[in-house]
Design a protein around this ligand. Structure first.
Ligand SMILES: [Zn+2]
Length: 179
């Protein structure tokens, strides 16, 4: 019954956005963010808040996930956490040194903490979240004064596209037809 309740709350409106099919020739930040965006679209199609994440090590994708909180009934099933766990299973090591986390929005404090504990080297996100962002938007998890791990942070990659996706999801959910 509980599952039905949640399904009623989030209408499974069709996703009006198309996936990217980026060229494999230039595997830069935009390339990987486009694949994270595709993961976000996967989340939308399952009625989840559209957030996607990737873990990339030496140019290889070792973790790829989309937000699954509703489907799993688990508040920790954020795309970043799932991608980090997948990457650690792939490498057999909880230390993701040298790896980059790509995510379609600024990670929350939980996911920022997971990136810190997993010792990723870099976090790239599309747009800042002033309400729940953990990397400068609302908190600065990467700047804990006593933490001995640091990672680079870059924001703004594919910002407009990722922001439009998330905003549209909530507008449709609210039945908001304003342009
Ligand atoms: Zn999170």
């Amino acid at each position: 019954m509980r599952e039905n309740y949640y399904r009623d709350e989030i209408p499974s409106a069709p996703c009006p956005f198309e996936k990217f099919y980026p060229s494999q020739l230039e595997r830069d930040d935009t390339f990987f963010m486009k694949l994270a965006y595709n993961q976000a679209i996967e989340a939308w199609k399952r009625g989840e808040v559209p957030v996607g994440a990737l873990i990339v090590l030496d140019g290889e994708i070792i973790g790829k996930a989309s937000n699954s909180v509703e489907g799993s009934g688990d508040p920790t099933a954020h795309a970043e956490i799932l991608a980090i766990s997948q990457a650690c299973r792939h490498t057999g090591d909880w230390r993701l040194s040298g790896a980059t986390l790509y995510v379609t929005k600024e990670p929350c404090p939980m996911c920022s903490g997971a990136a810190l504990l997993g010792r990723v080297s870099r976090v790239v996100f599309a747009f800042a979240d002033p309400n729940m962002g953990g990397l400068g938007g609302a908190a600065k998890i990467h700047r804990l004064p006593q933490s001995n791990h640091r990672f680079d942070v870059q924001e703004g990659i594919l910002r407009d596209e990722c922001l439009a996706l998330l905003r549209s999801f909530f507008e449709i959910k609210r039945g908001d037809s304003r342009p």
